[in-house]
Design a protein around this ligand. Sequence first.
Ligand code: GLC
Length: 710
Amino acid sequence: MKSSKIIEKIRSMSLEEKIGQLNQIQLEDTEQIREEIRKGRVGSIILADTATAGNDEQKRIDMNLLNELQQIAVEESTAGIPLIFGRDVIHGHHTVLPIPLAEAASFHTELIEKAYRAVAKEAASDGVHWTFSPMIDISRDPRWGRCIEGFGEDPYLTSEMGKAAIRGFQGEDYKNTESIAACAKHYLGYGAVEGGRDYGKTEISDYTLRNYYLRPFQAAVEADVATVMNSFSEISGQPVASSRYLLHDVLKEELGFNGFIISDWASIAKLVSHRVAKDEKEAAMLAAGAELDMDMVDRCYIEHLGELAAEGKVSEETIDKMVYRVIYIKERFGLFEHPYAERKQINYEEHLSFAKQCADESMVLLKNNGVLPIGQSEKIAVAGPFLYEKRSHLGSWAPDYDAGMLKSIQEAFLDCADKDRFIFPQLPYLWDDILLTLREVNTVVLALGESARVSGENNCLTNIDFPAEQLALIKKIKAMGKKLVGVMCFGRPIALGEAEPYFDAILYAWQSGSCAAQSIADIVCGNVNPSGKLPMTFPRTTGQIPLYYNYPSFFGNGMAYYGEGDNYWDCKSTPMYPFGYGLSYTKFEYSEVGCENNTLTLEELQNGEKFRVSVIVTNTGKYTGKETAQCYISDLVSSMTRPVKELKGFSKIFFNQGECREITFELGFEELGFYNGSGKFCVEPGEFDVFIGGDCTTDNKVKIAVVDEK
Ligand code: GLC
């Protein structure tokens, strides 16, 4: 139901004022900007100094300046419509959470929601109304630097994490001054860029688009996300920024998205470099024709929509529809009631505890020959290129971090009660210098990783094999007969095929935010039992990419991902580590999968009936710990090829030693359905295998059947 108040408001506005609402500009403290706002030519201001705000240091927010500009918009312009201020608050603000790919490894949606709620409060307290997050692009290619900003390769996990972030940012009461509007991005298919080359082209069939890349955006719309941002990319020849099919027919009509679409940085003007528009005026016409609502910083709308309307090339009715969506979101998020930012009391200690818990639960134990946790009194060397690093623990997209919160890995170990048992051999150029110190220990903890500079936007790698200089280091230390613990502070998955044999233990620490170093020390020392599971497949070597668990059937049951055969001469076809994999210091055992109701009719499913499948999980080890039980389906015969396994549920539970718990998953029409070859979402009668285990390679399964009684 449309708001008559907003409709009345729009009726009272001039065409220039309407177009002004569709214009987002960069922040400048100038009289010219003040005059533009006064004339109603500005609807939003993006708080980003550069086009790649994730890589470059950004000016900190000046809330007083924002309030001054807001006062001009509200009190001096004719329409009096408040500005909406947007910022890339991607995975933290002053308190920084792990990069989203690491957050996904926590498989803990309640924790992520709580942590993002704290992030929203910090950002709102600085005057931010709107964040360009969460990024929910499915990615199967670790060469693509932006894989770190998303939640991995799986549509279901990405959907659940995206919804958690949206709920965290927006809260339950959107008008609450601690809530900020979220933005699901980058719609659509951006993660499929060829070769992992950012901004590249994609070739995605409608079948694949709907069953993989679209699902998280469907979930985001169901979670009532306020805004959506288009991707820079093209899909099979069609730039998304000018695709009426994608932006209007699918997103707005089919999925029912009722917020507004913001273009990615100057992506309307970029239609000229896509060569689908001869100039920016034509670009504006194409984008408005697709009903891309708001124009980020390239001024195509404010410069050309007026003319295009006068020429009848863009109807005022279309402009009114776009303006309605923008004002609707401003109204929903209380900008009319409280347009001015007010500082809030922030409990940073509490926020840091959330960041610490996220880091604790995101890190993934990939290997452990019993060397972790380190012995209570053992003398240990802690060394490596990341020993003193701080900034790179925050990853890309952390423009507002509080440097005072950061610790290095060395500082975190020095904070330990028994700090005297740690030695920190410097790793100078002259390797011989540390031979003596290493003689004193049997175990070396090596802090390894990559700079935050080599991932994120337009930071891609042709080779994700373990860095050669770090490989040389581990070989030297191993040659001394030491036990070797690798702490991997990388953003993206790194191919560990060559390096893995040298390690006795591998802890994938990702880039885990303000509390990364403390979590690393706590896990290595046994104060925290690691519980992360991989949200993205780890290949053995770069050449295996793309390699993902939810591959269609045919050769070797999903191209031998699960070990049925090999189809390379020079590399096994299985991953180094599969999706959903992660070890614990304790052991979890799964009973056989049970199912209360092995057969349902299609009609029963359509009427909301669900299969209920369950296992008993028991902690049979020596530690308490958390386990993420994962539920996968496999459609055994279908009209189009479907993945050999699809994640459709997960549950992360704490277990005391010896404790056992029954874990149940419900599988209904939504979980068993897919978009068939005609684009129709349906469940096809037939048998499914349902798997429940600790990662995607589990063969613990039960068969269910959907029958069609017609
Ligand atoms: C960038 C990114 C996008 C970001 C926007 C604003 O180019 O692609 O994710 O939100 O511009 O900084």
